[in-house]
Design a protein around this ligand. Structure first.
Ligand SMILES: Nc1nc2c(c(=O)[nH]1)N(C=O)[C@@H](CNc1ccc(C(=O)N[C@@H](CCC(=O)O)C(=O)O)cc1)CN2
Ligand SMILES: Nc1ncnc2c1ncn2[C@@H]1O[C@H](COP(=O)(O)OP(=O)(O)OP(=O)(O)O)[C@@H](O)[C@H]1O
Length: 196
């Protein structure tokens, strides 16, 4: 996916334009893969198999995001899995324990969260995204939630961020700023890009 030639130049405008292009590319990839949704987490499962028992944050699929549920279910047989919860704007995410059969409700901005459960600190995060670059850059919805969260977690201990998306979400010239936290790995429905 590349941006149109008339791309504006301020960082905010470039991120905006990149988000629009990324939403469109993700939508097309999502529609094309509708019949194989659970199979798309195969490479993600194989990456996570190396970290069995390590506390893992997944995400509850929304909009046209690629679905990590199959890999989360597998991981939950070996160790704790949790989901992100927004407590307030412009603050880091907190993480509540998730199990495949737990009862969920809509959280802030519409992402589902478990209605009850302990708060835990993940060491590996499956990070949703609108676009990624091959060098580990990531564009999200623009709340800065994952950037703040990864910054806080990484200040205390090494934390692995696995960007998960459709291969069509790759954007070579992704606009980035200093607060953008890098991805350690990118996993798509077609393969693994290991940046370590
Ligand atoms: N599945 C999933 N869960 C997640 C995230 C995610 O990206 N995917 N998040 C990752 O942060 C957090 C939720 N953050 C979100 C932030 C903004 C919007 C959103 O709809 N933004 C609107 C603009 C809203 C506004 O400005 O009022 C938009 O993009 O159109 C959605 C989720 C935590 N849980
Ligand atoms: N660690 C941080 N400290 C202060 N401000 C931050 C931090 N991380 C991000 N921000 C600010 O938050 C805003 C949104 O950031 P950005 O556009 O990178 O969001 P995003 O990565 O697309 O969203 P998300 O992480 O929620 O998926 C920007 O104004 C950015 O400067």
């Amino acid at each position: 996916m590349t941006l149109p030639k008339s791309t504006p130049t301020s960082l905010a405008q470039r991120k905006d334009a990149a988000r629009k292009a990324a939403f469109a590319a993700r939508h097309t990839a999502h529609k094309a893969g509708e019949n194989a949704r659970m199979a798309q987490a195969g490479y993600l499962s194989s990456v996570l198999a190396k970290y069995r028992g390590v506390p893992l944050a997944g995400y509850a699929q929304m909009r046209t995001e690629i679905d990590p549920t199959a890999a989360m279910e597998e991981a939950s047989a070996h160790g704790p899995v949790c989901l992100p919860v927004i407590l307030a704007p412009a603050t880091p995410l907190k993480f509540r324990v998730w199990t495949p059969d737990c009862v969920m409700e809509a959280g802030a901005f519409g992402a589902k969260i478990p209605i009850i459960g302990d708060w835990i600190t993940p060491e590996i995060l499956i990070v949703p995204l609108l676009a990624f670059s091959r060098s580990g850059g990531r564009l999200g919805y623009g709340g800065g939630f994952y950037d703040r969260t990864l910054e806080g977690l990484r200040a205390h201990r090494p934390t692995i961020a696995i960007g998960f998306g459709y291969s069509a979400q790759e954007m070579p010239d992704l606009p980035l700023e200093l607060t953008d936290q890098p991805l350690d790995l990118i996993v798509t429905e077609t393969g693994i890009i290991d940046l370590s």
